[in-house]
Design a protein around this ligand. Structure first.
Ligand code: SF4
Ligand code: SF4
Ligand code: SF4
Length: 257
């Protein structure tokens, strides 16, 4: 029987809860696979040999680093689930703006903590990752598709098309045309665009689509009423290190709008 592990590093456990919410699919998966490691739901913290490990959360502590290295060593396939695991997540959004010392002093009032901490990193910066399922939280359908594909010996495929594509498929009226800030043109589809369907601009929780035009995105956001500095912060929330202001053109340095 295929042995699956669900591992939590530094995160909110929201992605693991989403996996638990796949009740019907989970019961079918468990006809073919054994949930051999899942500390959130089972009282066993010893990592066994695994066929498939799903890892949630960023690598932010020494314990995270040790755990993910052990999981990699004992697992045939490692899948990073959620934007913390894929990009460092919300907690990594200021990594390029402050030193670890400054962060610790601001949040905890000093550097001394009971465990060794690092700036949050995506799992792929520490160990080899076979697949990434971003989202905050991950999309349940993508989790089911991935596990079902792997159980059947098929490599899952995730085209990095923009969220706008999914608005077109679901015939959602474009929010940008109504003046609402939306990051859909530069964000990785796969969620089904639930936010835009509810009238909320895409927040970019799944990270970048292929070839994102951030310069044009910042221009659009400033035209929709955001200050340039706020547009840059808005784009950074979930993208962590994958949004590099140095690569932006004129809109990053204040000359473009
Ligand atoms: S990606 Fe979002 S939902 Fe998942 S662990 Fe990180 S913060 Fe929580
Ligand atoms: S609402 Fe946003 S994601 Fe949808 S088409 Fe318009 S810009 Fe693209
Ligand atoms: S529409 Fe944007 S913010 Fe909403 S789930 Fe999809 S990628 Fe995330």
């Amino acid at each position: 029987m295929v042995r699956i592990g669900i591992v939590g590093l530094t995160g909110c456990s929201g992605c693991q809860c989403e996996i638990l919410n796949c009740e019907e699919a989970l019961s079918k998966i468990l006809q073919r696979a054994e949930l051999a490691f899942f500390p959130l739901a089972k009282d066993d913290h010893t990592v066994p040999e695994l066929d498939l490990a799903l890892v949630e959360g960023s690598v932010s502590t020494e314990l995270d680093e040790e755990k993910v290295k052990e999981v990699r060593k004992k697992s045939k396939v490692v899948v990073a689930v959620g934007s913390c695991a894929c990009y460092g997540g919300v907690q990594a959004q200021r990594n390029d703006e402050a030193s670890l010392k400054e962060m610790l002093e601001t949040v905890y009032g000093g550097e001394k903590l009971f465990l060794k901490v690092f700036k949050p990193r995506p799992v792929s910066e520490v160990v080899r990752v076979d697949y990434e399922l971003p989202g905050c939280p991950l999309d349940k359908r993508q989790f089911i598709y991935t596990v079902a594909s792997l159980l059947n010996g098929v490599k899952p495929f995730f085209p990095k098309i923009p969220v706008c594509h999914e608005c077109k498929l679901s015939e959602t009226e474009c929010l940008t045309l109504k003046g609402i800030p939306c990051q859909g043109p530069v964000s990785f589809a796969g969620c089904g665009a639930p936010c835009t369907a509810s009238g909320i601009g895409c927040q970019g929780c799944r990270g970048n689509c292929d070839f994102p035009n951030f310069d044009e995105m910042v221009k659009l956001l400033t035209e929709r009423g955001l200050k340039r500095s706020d547009a840059l912060k808005f784009l950074k929330v979930f993208r962590g290190k994958t949004f590099n202001t140095e690569k932006l053109g004129s809109y990053a340095d204040g000359k473009g709008a």
